[in-house]
Design a protein around this ligand. Structure first.
Ligand SMILES: NC(=O)c1ccc[n+]([C@@H]2O[C@H](COP(=O)([O-])OP(=O)(O)OC[C@H]3O[C@@H](n4cnc5c(N)ncnc54)[C@H](O)[C@@H]3O)[C@@H](O)[C@H]2O)c1
Length: 439
């Protein structure tokens, strides 16, 4: 054990098993990317854990180590992968279908990717409407399904000889639902699993199985999942970290860059219209109004929280904000997102900004998956449990303690993340006050 001032960090010895519900575009781009980086075929661009540095002490000290040298993170060589999907395609076939990465690159990675065969999924058509697949667990109660998942987890742990595990949800977006009576306490939830309560979503069965098996859980989609009292109670009881929801990648990432800038200069906003076309399976699932509602909620909340219209009614009270997503097959994973932003300045004079972001969804999401896995594993080894607000940086709808509003400003989120790492290692937190330089 390396003893530090604030957290006792167990070393990252042995293999880290990564369990992923959803062997689709994001997860296969992530896994293929890790295998490619390991073989020197590309760089892990977009990953803070692999490419980022952290300033320590005063600016005059010139101490800026790489983050991965500053805190003990698992290395890419130590990652092993497994997952579940409703389709039987292995990770090579799923990556080929997703058409994110070039066939020539995938062919070079065929061996490790083909070895990842998805386990049978826990699936419920009421929660994801537009897709159907053969590779699902049949029969039994929701509790029986949770137990089957726990057996899968143990089987994977033994098969791979992993010393620690992390689970990250990269499966389709489930329909919008609010916490109900069954989500209030762990006891209610376990009764609900036994009685097949319709309010329990598949993602919650995976999260329950993970936490019961001592595995931290991250949620890359906007589903409710662990964002409710019963599973947070389980996470605290088992001393496990959790985080979510919904990877902050394309358009919302842009929003959290721009909106704090407008607010910093006290510029007003009267309208923000965002529309997207995408043609991957995620886009197909989001055609369903229930799944779109989950996305819309996380996408809309961002501006409200950043702009604080209650504090600045003259600037933001009348903002009209709309978000649209249309499924458009010709584009595949190469999403196009347009933003029309109506701002106003001195004496209320109007101006407009247009953004056309021709992005690649899974290319933006893959490094976030990697960072979340490595940081969640770090949090587990540091004995941190429950919601990991310091990982808000990665999410559109960051989970927070009840009664706290989430912090969406990406630069505050980054500062919080880095200060948490400094805190772990007993370094001074950086406040940017800096008066001492002028004494
Ligand atoms: N790519 C991004 O930039 C981004 C950003 C934020 C959130 N997300 C979310 O990440 C998730 C994955 O996105 P994607 O583009 O890889 O989608 P995808 O459709 O390519 O992959 C999702 C996979 O999940 C599988 N699946 C559905 N329900 C399942 C279940 N119950 N158990 C196991 N597997 C199940 C589907 O069969 C599919 O193969 C989506 O929820 C998406 O909204 C993606």
């Amino acid at each position: 054990m390396a003893t530090t001032d604030n957290a006792r960090l167990a070393p990252a010895d042995g293999r880290l098993g990564v369990l992923i519900p959803g062997i689709g575009a994001v997860s296969t781009t992530f896994i293929a990317g890790v295998e490619a980086v390991k073989r020197g075929f590309g760089l892990p661009v977009g990953s803070l854990t692999q490419m980022g540095t952290i300033r320590l002490g005063k600016r005059t000290e010139n101490r800026t180590p790489a983050i991965r040298d500053f805190v003990p993170l698992a290395t890419l060589d130590h990652l092993v992968f497994g997952g579940w999907d409703i389709y039987e395609d292995n990770a090579y076939e799923a990556a080929a279908n997703a058409k994110v990465l070039d066939a020539s690159l995938l062919d070079k990675l065929k061996e490790p990717l083909s070895a990842i065969q998805p386990m049978k999924a826990v699936f419920d058509h009421e929660y994801v409407k537009r897709i159907t697949g053969p590779n699902v667990k049949e029969g039994g109660s929701k509790m029986d399904k949770a137990e089957m998942l726990m057996q899968d987890i143990e089987g994977f742990r033994k098969r791979t000889d992993a010393s620690r595990l992390v689970m990250i949800w990269c499966a389709s977006t489930e329909v919008f639902h609010r916490p109900g009576a069954v989500h209030q306490t762990l006891r209610d939830f376990e009764c609900g699993l036994q009685k097949n309560d319709p309010d329990i979503a598949p993602s919650q069965i995976y999260a329950y199985a993970a936490l019961k098996s001592g595995v931290p859980f991250a949620n890359g989609a906007p589903n409710l999942t662990t964002d409710m009292p019963a599973l947070l109670e389980l996470a605290r009881e088992r001393q496990l970290p959790v985080c979510g929801k919904d990877f902050k990648t394309g358009q919302t990432y842009m929003k959290t860059l721009l909106a704090p800038g407008f607010k910093a200069r006290m510029l007003g906003l009267s309208g923000w219209f965002s529309t997207n076309i995408l043609g991957n399976r995620d886009g197909e699932v989001l055609e369903d109004p229930g799944s779109f509602k989950s996305k819309e909620e996380t996408k809309l909340s961002v501006l409200q929280q950043i702009l604080q219209p209650d504090l600045y009614p003259d600037l933001y009270k009348d903002l009209y904000h709309a978000v649209r997503i249309n499924y458009y097959p010709p584009r595949g994973d190469a999403k196009e997102g347009w933003d029309n932003i109506d701002i106003f300045g001195w004496l209320g004079y109007p101006m407009q900004i247009k953004i056309d972001f021709l992005c690649r969804d899974s290319i933006l999401a893959a490094p976030l998956v990697l960072d979340l896995i490595l940081f969640l594993d770090l949090a587990q080894r540091a004995g941190m449990r429950g919601i990991q607000e310091w990982l808000s940086f990665y999410f559109k709808a960051p989970m927070t303690a009840p009664g706290l509003y989430p912090e969406h400003d990406i630069f505050i989120q980054l500062m919080k993340l880095k200060n948490t790492l400094r805190w772990m290692r007993g370094e001074d937190l950086i406040t940017h006050l800096g008066l001492e330089y002028y004494d």
